[in-house]
Ligand binder design. Structure first.
Ligand SMILES: [Zn+2]
Length: 290
């Protein structure tokens, strides 16, 4: 049996329940549940707040038997984590272990440490927690580009760069293989453009190249998060050198774009249609064209 990544340093040896089941079935269940855990904003918030908003449902019990959908719920994350890891229902074992791993990835906890009441499983270095989430990319691969807004229109709605304009801007930068799609909300353009690439190995390579371009310019995920909180589209955006670059010669103003590879943590930034259609894949596990 293949030993999964991240288990080598497990002090308890290899008697981890994740290693007792079929690894590809576990991966499949995990990728299914990690999307389910991240895509519902209200539910995700409730997990992160340890059940403050209401009891926490077991999605594995809910998935398989609609009749008992509400029969398994817990007052806090520890109860839910213990249930998913130690569930003795053989039919649902792989689902529960996949959900266990998905919940740990959301919370930034160590899924390779069997949970117990000492709650030691909650300790994981911050960079490992981040890389566990960044491994889980949207598929087809996408790059999320921020600051593509242009300002308020006459009707008060927010306006932004159109899909064709963005396509040609990216082509000028040497990234012509992606297709741009502006994201809209109730107030208009959200200042987010999603660049979608082909769902094969070459698409992934192109998406990674674009994300690396932003990272090299110091305009990647971290740089964007450092600018938060931020309300785009105010009149003084022009005065913020992180958002708008003014050409000294002709006074021309250009929005500065930020971008990064879209992961499971970005499902709340894409529209309903895209959120429904994408699947989540593990970059580490990615074997090439399928
Ligand atoms: Zn359950």
């Amino acid at each position: 049996m293949r030993v999964g990544g991240g288990f080598q340093n497990n002090n308890a040896g290899f008697n981890h329940k994740h290693l007792e089941v079929d690894q590809s079935a576990l991966m499949k269940a995990f990728l299914h549940f990690v999307k389910a855990v991240f895509e519902n904003t209200g539910q995700k918030k409730n997990y992160l707040e340890d059940g403050k908003q209401g009891r926490l449902q077991c999605l594995a019990c809910g998935k398989s038997n609609a009749k008992f959908r509400s029969s398994k719920d817990f007052s806090d994350m520890h109860g839910l984590i213990m249930h998913t890891y130690y569930s003795d229902n053989a039919d649902l074992r792989v689902d529960h272990l996949g959900l266990h791993k998905a919940l740990c990835v959301l919370m930034g906890w160590n899924y390779s440490k069997p949970p117990d009441n000492s709650k030691a499983y909650r300790f994981l270095p911050a960079d490992e927690a981040v890389s566990n989430q960044e491994d889980l990319i949207m598929w087809p691969p996408v790059v999320i580009v921020h600051n593509t807004i242009t300002g308020k229109g006459k009707d008060g709605r927010m306006e932004g760069l159109g899909n064709k304009a963005m396509d040609s801007k990216l082509r000028d930068l040497g990234f012509g293989s992606g297709k741009c799609k502006s994201m809209y909300g109730r107030e208009g353009h959200l200042g987010i453009t999603v660049v979608k690439f082909a769902s094969d190995q070459s698409g992934l390579i192109d998406a990674v190249r674009l994300a690396e371009y932003f990272e090299k310019e110091n305009r990647g995920r971290k740089a964007w998060s450092h600018l938060q909180p931020l309300t785009l589209g105010k009149d003084d955006d022009d005065k913020n050198p992180n958002l708008v670059k003014v050409d000294e010669r002709n006074g021309e103003k250009k929005r500065i774009f930020y971008g990064y590879l879209g992961t499971v943590a970005d499902l709340d930034k894409v529209d309903f249609d895209m959120r429904n259609k994408v699947v989540i894949e593990s970059r580490r596990e990615h074997k090439g064209p399928r």
